[in-house]
Design a protein around this ligand. Structure first.
Ligand SMILES: NC(=O)c1ccc[n+]([C@@H]2O[C@H](COP(=O)([O-])OP(=O)(O)OC[C@H]3O[C@@H](n4cnc5c(N)ncnc54)[C@H](O)[C@@H]3O)[C@@H](O)[C@H]2O)c1
Length: 485
């Protein structure tokens, strides 16, 4: 049996899509016996030349006080404002939202806590946030808007002279991923995708143990974002969320599972994601749910026949150093939530969920007593410093507070951030790459090297947050009292 490039494209169902670019060069150019054909890795993102400046490990000048502006004060943004208000060395200078009432609520909260009144940018116009970026002297712009707005807001924030911290994912298209990297390198401003799951207590414990060699060499991570969001996906007051799913299929929200996996595997710092395949089941629930709701509520009629996201998406990623990640995404089935997070090493493994979380060294699970002893030994300093407070403050069990504390601590102490523009781009690129892959019979697709070679020499994240050093000098005082809630 013989094949050639044209036949391969036809078989893969890619012909005529006009999407494949760089991968063409690596396709078989002449007839080759089937046994000698190595299946192609398709490349849908041209390499964008050379790095301008390496933002990995970059420490921006110390900031005595971090002046923060917020864009998006909805569910997530409002909670972030409240947590930020607890931190010493932070001034919330400006707030922007489409809806004036949301900004007013945040403003009143800050006033009640005796903080200076922030400037308000909220008159219903879509682009007023730009004025906030231009007019205010801000060190950090914190973005918690619908997902399609993240990349343009990050770019604008950096170009106006501030660091950008954005909700997840940072981008939804390949070009947007590159724009984040290029702008961060050009402006030397951080572009940090604030992935809170990196800061969960178990994930930090395991990261610390990984760094200290407890599990030997890490070979594989099982990761996921699995949650029963049938209702949330269709909430009328969160229409942007429903629209996120319309006519899309793939893993459109990958970073909760992927972020912690990349940190233990030193992705972009010694290793990098090389290629992936992604497969989706069909949708068996959400389309039916929309039809059911439409019988009683005309609002849902607009979405009939448009839900394409399969119930379960599974992606498998291989790194250039030969490691693997299995990443699942499932938000349309009635089931308990889990992020799985099994870390498989040459000498042991850790599993987060299903609970109880467990550790194994050389075979069976360690006993509960041994687990407690390990936790005592390996609990990282960040948890010792702010763990109790984080649990009191809450936010997904405290990880949201740990994340914000760490962000501010790094900026005030001139430390590199734990998540940089390369992480934002690489982790988010799974969104467009998985969509492309699912649409093209799940053929392997290249994950670009956003570090453009830098990963070979970039140092691992200074998990001082995990191992640390307590050498940052400033221990932030937290303004916390019962009034917080
Ligand atoms: N990390 C997590 O655990 C987590 C959890 C929930 C949501 N999120 C992310 O947070 C983001 C926000 O989600 P949410 O649930 O808070 O949504 P939301 O709808 O409650 O809030 C979004 C806010 O952005 C505002 N907005 C929209 N367009 C704007 C514009 N042009 N200018 C200024 N403001 C604008 C809206 O008015 C709204 O107040 C999303 O990206 C979501 O993916 C993350």
């Amino acid at each position: 049996m013989k094949t050639n490039r044209r036949n391969f494209i036809k078989a893969a169902g890619i012909a005529g899509t006009g999407v494949v670019t760089g991968g063409m060069a690596s396709c078989a150019q002449k007839e080759t016996p089937a046994a000698e054909i190595k299946p192609q890795i398709w490349d849908i993102s041209e390499n964008k030349g050379s790095q301008v400046f390496n933002m990995s490990g970059y420490a921006a000048p110390k900031l005595d006080v971090v002046r923060v502006g917020y864009i998006g004060i909805g569910g997530r943004g409002m909670a972030a404002v409240k947590r930020m208000a607890l931190l010493e060395g932070v001034e919330i200078k400006a707030l922007s939202d489409l809806l004036p009432e949301r900004v007013k609520e945040a403003q009143e909260y800050l006033k009640k806590r005796g903080m200076p009144e922030p400037k308000v940018y909220a008159d219903g116009s879509q682009e007023l946030w730009k004025e906030m970026c231009e007019k205010e002297d801000l060190d950090l712009i914190y973005i918690a808007t619908p997902r399609d707005l993240h990349p343009s807001m990050c770019v604008y924030a950096m170009e106006s002279g501030a660091h950008a911290a954005t909700e997840i994912p940072a981008a939804r298209k390949m070009d947007e991923c590159w724009q984040l990297v290029e702008t961060s390198e050009k402006t030397k401003k951080h572009c940090s995708m604030i992935e809170n799951c990196v800061y969960d207590f178990w994930e930090l414990l395991i990261l610390n143990m990984v760094r200290q060699g407890f599990f030997g060499e890490i070979v594989h991570v099982d990761a996921a974002y699995i949650a029963n969001q049938i209702n949330t996906n269709l909430r009328k007051d969160l229409e942007w969320r429903t629209r996120e799913f319309i006519n899309r299929d793939g893993n459109i929200y990958p970073t909760h599972g992927l972020g912690p996996a990349c940190q233990v595997l030193n992705i972009n710092r010694g290793d990098r994601m090389d290629f992936m395949v992604s497969v989706s089941s069909a949708d068996f629930t959400m389309g039916k749910e929309i039809e059911k709701r439409a019988q009683e509520d005309d609002y849902y009629k607009q979405f009939i026949g448009q839900w394409k996201l399969g119930n379960v998406n599974t992606s498998v990623i291989k790194t250039v150093n030969g490691k693997t990640i299995k990443l699942q995404y499932n938000v349309g089935n009635p089931r308990p939530g889990t992020r799985v997070f099994w870390v498989v090493g040459t000498e042991g493994i850790a599993k987060k969920q299903p609970f109880p979380s467990r550790i194994s060294k050389g075979g069976g699970w360690v006993s509960e007593e041994e687990l407690t002893a390990l936790q005592e030994k390996y609990t990282p300093p960040i948890i010792k410093i702010v763990g109790d407070m984080a649990k009191k403050v809450g936010g997904h069990g405290g990880m949201d507070f740990l994340m914000q504390w760490r962000l501010i601590d790094c900026l005030r102490n001139g430390l590199p951030l734990d998540m940089d523009c390369y992480d934002a781009a690489a982790w988010s690129s799974i969104v467009p790459l998985s969509e492309w892959c699912v649409a093209n019979n799940s053929v392997p697709v290249r994950i670009p090297d956003f570090t453009r070679g830098g990963y070979k020499t970039n140092a691992p994240v200074d998990v001082e947050m995990a191992r640390g050093g307590g050498n940052t000098g400033i221990k932030q005082i937290i303004r916390f009292d019962d009034d917080y809630f």
